[in-house]
Design a protein. Structure first.
Ligand code: SAM
Length: 293
């Protein structure tokens, strides 16, 4: 599929389309990709959706990074979608795509329940009149192992925001004027939106104090209630290791590490960076009591 008729023929907003394309590299820079990679493993995600996809550039990068088979872009602007259609048709190779006009403030997400592996929105949440309703709808269309990554400006540091926007060519007056609407939510607001919509694991990364990626996953990991072992193994981060301590020295400076024995059994291996102890997850059901090397 390419593009629905609803997305064609609107000439308004072409400046904004141009601006989104020109600023894409600066907005989706290395700090963004590094922060995203810390939050979401780059395992394949067959179906990816971008809400407020604009000209579709994130979908092109995401399709490659997560080896997607299908990507979907929704946006309320026909101009944006027209450009997204062009970019996606030119640049996607082994991935199908669909772009469709959708105003999420007024219409439901036209995707089946549990059909999406990764949902994303970039610089979009602050534009919505009812973000809670939108996030709840996203929850429904995500598969059990699915995640929703929300990337946006955050409130809390007006001076940094103004400084950054001036550096991109804005006047100080314009930056201060736009701060309340563009930095509408705090990081904690976004976390709370995800939580109240049913997401069980929520992780976030702040970027330079004015941007953040907040990721919600449907499934519980250790430290939260979990339903069964096989679901845990499909969890987007495999484990929530935030409350794990070293069984020898009790340090919480723990990193996940790769170990052939553990990987072949689907077990997560950890290493204590304080004393060097290697151990597997204490809660791993098939290996009780805890296997410690
Ligand atoms: C700031 S742009 C970001 C575009 C793209 N995500 C990016 O980062 O390059 C916000 C996008 O959200 C779209 N948008 C705003 N409100 C929307 C709504 N209610 N429903 C769907 N799209 C919306 C706009 O048309 C625009 O393309």
């Amino acid at each position: 599929m390419r593009m629905t008729d609803r997305t064609r023929g609107d000439s308004e907003g072409s400046d904004r389309v141009k601006r989104m394309i020109e600023t894409y590299a600066a907005r989706y820079d290395d700090p963004f990709w590094n922060a995203l990679t810390e939050l979401i493993e780059t395992t394949p995600r067959n179906r990816i959706v971008d809400f407020g996809c604009g000209p579709g550039l994130f979908l092109i990068d995401a399709a490659w990074k997560y080896r997607a088979k299908w990507v979907y872009g929704f946006d309320s602007s026909p101009e944006m979608l027209g450009r997204a259609n062009e970019f996606l048709s030119e640049r996607l190779k082994d991935c199908k795509y669909e772009v469709e006009g959708l105003d999420v403030n007024v219409a439901p997400i036209p995707l089946p329940d549990k059909s999406i592996d990764l949902a994303f929105s970039g610089f979009f949440l602050h534009e919505l009149s009812n973000p809670r309703d939108h996030v709840s709808q996203v929850y429904k269309v995500l598969s059990d192992a699915g995640v929703y990554a929300i990337y946006d400006f955050i409130s809390g540091n007006e001076e940094s925001f103004v400084e950054r926007m001036i550096a991109t060519g804005w006047s100080e007056e314009r930056a201060r004027d736009r701060y309340p609407s563009m930095c509408k939510h705090s990081l904690e607001d976004i976390e709370s939106l995800l939580k109240s919509s049913g997401f069980q694991i929520i992780k976030s990364n702040r970027i330079e104090d004015i941007r953040a990626i907040v990721v919600g996953a449907k499934q519980a990991g250790p430290g939260t209630e979990r339903s069964n072992t096989s679901m845990r193994h499909r969890s987007p981060w495999a484990y929530d290791d935030s409350d794990i301590r070293c069984p020898r020295c009790t340090s919480h400076k723990i990193i996940r590490c790769h170990d052939r024995w553990a990987t072949s059994r689907g077990v997560q291996m950890f290493e204590c960076t304080t004393c060097g102890k290697r151990f597997v997850d204490r809660g791993y059901d098939d290996y009780l009591p805890t296997f410690i090397r």
